[in-house]
Design a protein around this ligand. Sequence first.
Ligand code: 6PG
Length: 226
Amino acid sequence: MAAPGLRLHVFPDAEGLAAAVADSIASCAEADVRTRGVFHLVLAGGRTPRRAYETLRAKSVPWQRVHVWFGDERCLPGGTPERNDTMAMEALLRHVPLPAEQIHPIPAELGPDAAAAAYARELASVPVLDLVLLGLGEDGHTASLFPGHPALRDPRPVVPVHDAPKPPPERVSMGLSLLNSARRRLVMAAGEAKHAAVMRIRRGEDLPAARLAAAEWYVDAAAAGR
Ligand code: 6PG
């Protein structure tokens, strides 16, 4: 079912978008730790979130009660610059007092199938994910769920992705069922290159990102076509 009407928040530029995402993460973390004692945060990959992660370093976050997960990962050796967890470590995680055992990378170096099974086992102990950050591809993909790809229909919580159209071809992704079982979803899109995908979803096209239930969309003016 495509998104009937996006909950769109438009910011003047990528910097304003990053600041708003960082504020939203910090306020969700504070509220959840205060009321539930823990905050399970799922980080997005790609380039868009980097500035938000850098901005988040300066925010007041109860890191001792935070667990960090990843929405998807590329099947590359650990520490490779192109991995999503490498970017998150550089932009945020090594700069904040988050206990190492509360950072949960996807073991994507094992390959899609073994890594997906291992991550699903690790996630089984989590009652609910609190906030999932997601990016948007120019084709409307999110995490590593691409248009027309069988992974999009896979009911498992964590799915192997072979032959992904965005390199590298082998990936691991949280599945739509898990993404939509989280308490909140926040999609980030910045730049003119994302405008077409945003418009296609606003018009009701059934692209992968449109299947995210009740997501908050944080976009800059360029992605909104303003
Ligand atoms: C990945 C990401 C992917 C990304 C979008 C947007 O591993 O590539 O998970 O879903 O979020 O492709 O990427 P950019 O933010 O770099 O435009």
